[in-house]
Design a protein. Structure first.
Length: 252
């Protein structure tokens, strides 16, 4: 009998080692435990509320953000066909691929690649100093197109055609939209700075963590953060109807 115990233990150890390790879960009352989990949550939020992103694309984006100095770009063939945003493609016709097209011609535009997963970051985050053009929506002043020329306590933004740049406080910037530019997409946003929506975003994150619910528990998927019926219930009565936990939100 004693001789049967050792093989059994060895088999159990092999099964345990060969099994897929469980993904770490956020501490109760928190949405993430480290920067990696934080970025993953943000990308999942974009996936559910703005435009679909494939899981493979999320992994690629995480890798790119960790190796910004790498010369590889989202324009590279490796990142093609991984993620696609139908919201960004609306109203744009994509020409059919010729049967005898050369590889350089056959490569689709970078706008339809993994880069789409970071395009909506300007909803909350501020743009960085780079070679790109942005459209800024400024509180009580409207929209302006131009470049970011300096970054500090205030953003120094020079509108197209203007003789000089103007300083804008972060809490005056309602939204930023990337227009064009040759810089790598991971340099587009300053993830450490938030615009005018920061207070609302922090409040929503705190509520999600407190009640252990994912964003889609109360907001429509791909609905520009509009409330669903469950969200309207919470908004009017404060009642928490937990249909989608944080864990389920991250897995879907």
């Amino acid at each position: 009998m004693r001789y049967l115990v050792i093989p059994t233990l060895l088999f159990a150890a092999l099964v345990q080692c060969g099994s897929t390790p469980a993904q770490p879960q956020p501490t109760p009352g928190k949405l993430w435990n480290n920067d990696d989990e934080k970025v993953r949550f943000m990308l999942k939020m974009t996936h559910h509320l703005v435009a679909p992103i494939k899981d493979e694309c999320i992994e690629q984006v995480l890798g790119r953000l960790k190796h910004v100095g790498n010369k590889q770009s989202f324009d590279d063939v490796k990142f093609q066909h991984i993620g696609f945003s139908p919201v960004l493609a609306q109203g744009r016709k994509v020409p059919a691929k010729p049967a005898t097209a050369a590889p350089a011609v056959a490569a689709p535009a970078a706008a339809d690649m993994c880069g789409d997963s970071l395009r909506s970051c300007g909803t909350c985050h501020l743009p960085r100093v780079n070679n790109c053009n942005y459209r800024l929506t400024i509180k009580d002043k409207g929209e302006f197109t131009g470049k970011v020329v300096a970054d500090g306590e205030k953003l120094k933004f020079q509108p197209t055609g203007a003789p000089a740049a103007s300083e804008i406080a972060p809490n005056e910037i309602v939204k930023t939209e990337w227009i064009d530019g040759g810089d790598d997409i991971v340099t587009w946003w300053n993830f450490k700075k938030l615009g005018a929506r920061a207070r609302v975003v922090k409040k929503m994150m705190a509520l999600a963590a407190k009640n252990n619910v994912g964003c889609t528990n109360c907001h429509l998927q791909h609905g520009n953060f509009r409330l669903n019926d469950n969200g309207k219930l919470f908004d009017t009565t404060g009642e928490v109807n937990r249909l989608i936990s944080i864990e389920r939100f991250m897995k879907e």
